[in-house]
Ligand binder design. Structure first.
Ligand code: LIP
Length: 284
């Protein structure tokens, strides 16, 4: 474990790094007309990476490595295959919501999490276009721009705003699964179904109570590590995407999760994931 003093130092360097990369994201979007993006496709035409994903990651990793070179680093662009161990590990998404970033949309930002013993213990998410900085350290609560935040008190799906996402994979099976899930949500009927482009942003929105339930399959540890502790320290619940019984610890490398204001809402989401074979449709 890390001491409370060391965790405070970790928070300071993560904040500084996330804010520096966030400033570059905002500059790029503000000046997008004059700064053409170099866009490469990854797993599909909807799964992209730009030179700024890499530049932002370089900024963040340089600061984190200078802080303590003994920490492991798992990061989307340059260290995606680092073995996930119990050692202190920075888990970094330099631009979460790259598709939105490419389009100049608000729903993108920087996510820096710290896991110890494979558990998220510290998280920073900077959403530069929203001018929102989310932070949490285990046991100390969650904050947005320095103000304490808490999940909503929603327990009734008919009064819930629910978030799903547009996955990269567009096979007929993946499309069918997502449409069936959204059809069931609309039939509850939930107050609204929303779909944005950043897992970290939507999890932080659950933490501050403006979204009641968000679930997705196909996301990575770097999408969810920081925001997991931010949701938990805001009184929220995060579980594996298909864990209907809420029976096993969250595995942030399991490529999916359900996060909610409370376990009852997550029960419904996990049941939808299983009923519509969502994991198999997206991952296999
Ligand atoms: C994105 C996630 C989002 C998901 C996208 C993508 P990236 O992360 O934040 O929730 O729907 O498919 O995985 O690739 O922009 O860092």
């Amino acid at each position: 474990m890390l001491s409370e003093e060391r965790l405070t130092q970790c928070l300071e360097v993560a904040l500084a790094a996330a804010n520096k990369a966030g400033a570059l994201i905002k500059e790029c979007i503000d000046l997008r007309a004059s700064k053409p993006l170099e866009i490469e496709e990854k797993s599909s035409s909807a799964d992209m990476v730009t030179q700024y994903d890499k530049k932002c990651e370089d900024i963040v990793l340089e600061m984190l490595r200078a802080f303590d070179p003994s920490f492991e680093i798992l990061s989307e662009e340059s260290n995606p295959d680092t073995p996930f161990t119990a050692n202190p590990t920075w888990i970094v998404d330099p631009i979460d919501g790259t598709t939105s970033f490419v389009h100049g949309s608000f729903d993108c930002g920087v996510s820096i999490g710290l896991a110890v013993g494979k558990e998220p213990v510290l998280g920073v998410v900077v959403l530069p276009l929203m001018q929102e900085v989310f932070t949490a350290v285990k046991g100390r609560g969650s904050f947005c721009n320095g103000r304490r935040i808490h999940v909503s008190n929603c327990t009734d799906l008919k009064r819930a705003i629910v978030c799903t996402h547009t996955m990269y994979r567009r096979t007929p099976e993946a499309i069918e699964a997502l449409l069936n899930i959204n059809r069931e949500l609309l039939s509850v009927p939930v107050h609204a179904v929303r779909s944005y482009g950043s897992a970290a942003m939507d999890m932080c929105s659950v933490a501050m109570g403006r979204i009641d339930l968000y679930f997705e399959v196909g996301i990575q540890a770097w999408d969810m590590c920081a925001a997991t502790i931010i949701v938990r320290e805001a009184g929220g619940h995060v579980r594996n995407s298909d864990d209907v019984a809420n029976a096993v610890p969250l595995d942030i490398t399991s490529k999916g999760m359900c996060c909610a204001a409370n376990p009852a809402l997550a029960d419904f989401a996990a049941a939808l994931v299983v009923k519509h074979n969502y994991r198999n449709a997206i991952l296999n």
